[in-house]
Design a protein around this ligand. Structure first.
Ligand code: PMP
Length: 440
């Protein structure tokens, strides 16, 4: 049973495990949006490999693409040598980027999102000859040295406190807790002032950075979409000052937010696009889209053994083609709007739901303490404890959800993009059952 496997894993692994503490199951099978554990319990999976499984579990086309590689005689490991499959994957991925292949080139990095973030930071530093990076509160970019440095949440940094490169953080907009501030007109003006008057001013103590890195919709930070105008202004100012704009689309990319890329909501083009998770269709793959004029790499400057995962390119290509051919972005956008409206109805009956936000199938439900004093913005305090209890009750009712945000107070939805309307209805039923079970 689940207990036996969990106990054995606890013996095998060091203390690094994190998901099994929150979701105590041993997975036996999965299909579509459903997971079954070794005891035969079924769960509606609204985590989907932290947003990786765009087409859900074991999609037949994805499985077939693996089968095709296995029977084709292609080597499984090719370093970064060229294969016809890599060629097709690259051409297709480039065709999805702004300019449809004319403006960007690709760089395959190591297999994880963090690997790609490292490469992006290195490239921006190499191209500009500058070292500084500006990042944002609530941003999450990964666990490696550089990626952790630009991550805005202090808790994952605790283990290496004070030992990672210095990064300058600026506040990221927050629709609920700061609706008129950073993302509003005043915030945009403040940002412009900051860039134009402080950078390179010896008295400010600020050095012009190599890059600005951000997620157009923050995921781990609690599902925070940036206002389009804010992104447009950052794009304009970075361009004017020769600062590279790196947009991390690891989680928000590939139709997740109702557009192929989340930056498309603002109509902007990044200098470097960081891609992982869905780009590999469920298998490990990470790649940068680099505006051609910023491709300052020289041979050997950024290499790695696992940059040519043929299976991941096959599953990635199949996934990307499926997304495009079936116009999943539009379906996802419509479902996201519908679900947000349903959750807003639920909010009227359950005041612990402080805010519902997000885009497409990247939604967040912020849990608050409605009995307590409101802050100056009229928001109730975040309730990370209740959010954890709700996650547990959801799990007990057969619903897998992740949490995020500073106090873990945001319940996050990242289901398969193929989730049906009926399955979204099941989600709502199970979520309400969890609210009732938590006694709120
Ligand atoms: N960037 C973003 C936006 C992410 O959400 C994540 C992972 N959650 C990463 C980077 C890091 O990816 P990985 O865990 O594959 O290193």
């Amino acid at each position: 049973n689940n207990e036996t496997y969990l106990a054995r894993q606890a013996e095998f692994e060091s203390n690094v495990r994190s998901y099994p503490r929150k979701l105590p199951l041993a997975i036996a099978k999965a299909e579509g949006v459903w997971i079954s554990d070794v005891e035969g319990n079924q769960y509606l999976d609204c985590l989907a490999g932290a947003g990786t499984l765009a087409l859900g579990h074991n999609h037949p086309d994805v499985l077939q693409s693996i089968q095709n590689v296995i029977t084709s005689g292609l080597p499984l490991h090719t370093l970064d040598l060229t294969t016809p499959l890599k060629d097709r994957f690259s051409e297709y991925l480039l065709s999805l980027l702004p300019g449809e292949g004319k403006e960007y080139c690709l760089q395959f990095t190591g297999p994880s999102g963090a690997d790609a973030v490292e490469a992006a930071l290195k490239l921006a530093k190499k191209y500009t000859g500058r070292t500084g990076v500006i990042s944002f509160s609530g941003g999450y970019h990964g666990m490696t040295h550089g990626a952790l440095a630009v991550t805005g949440n202090l808790s994952p940094k605790e283990a290496v406190n004070g030992m990672i490169p210095e990064v300058q953080f600026m506040p990221y907009p927050h629709q609920y807790r700061c609706p008129l501030g950073i993302g509003g007109e005043a915030g945009v003006r403040a940002l412009t002032y900051y860039f134009e008057n402080l950078i390179n001013d010896v008295e400010s103590g600020v050095r012009k950075p190599a890059a600005v890195i951000l997620e157009a919709v923050q995921g781990e930070g609690g599902v925070n979409p940036a206002p389009a105008e804010w992104l447009q202004r950052i794009r304009k100012v970075t361009q004017e000052h020769g600062i590279l704009l790196i947009i991390d689309e690891v989680q928000a990319g590939f139709a997740r937010t109702g557009k192929l890329f989340a930056f498309e909501h603002a109509g902007i083009e990044p200098d470097i696009i960081v891609m992982s998770k869905a780009v590999g269709g469920g298998l490990p793959l990470a790649v940068l889209g680099i505006k051609k004029q910023f491709d300052a790499w020289e041979p050997g400057h950024h290499t790695g053994t696992f940059r040519g995962n043929q299976l991941a390119m096959a599953t990635g290509l199949t996934t990307l083609q499926y997304l495009k051919d079936n116009q999943l972005a539009d379906k996802v956008a419509a479902q996201g709007d519908w679900l947000k409206a349903q959750l807003a109805e639920l909010q009227k009956r359950y005041p612990v739901i402080g805010h519902v936000r997000g885009l497409g199938l990247m939604l967040g439900i912020e849990i608050v303490k409605p009995g307590e004093a409101q802050d100056h913005m009229g928001c109730y305090p975040a309730d990370g404890e209740l959010s954890a209890l709700l996650q547990k009750k959801c799990f007990e009712n057969g619903l897998i959800l992740e949490r995020g945000g500073r106090h873990g107070c945001v319940l996050r939805l990242l289901p398969s993009l193929l989730i049906s309307d009926d399955e979204l209805g099941i989600f709502l039923d199970k979520f309400e059952m969890a609210l009732l079970a938590a006694g709120v």
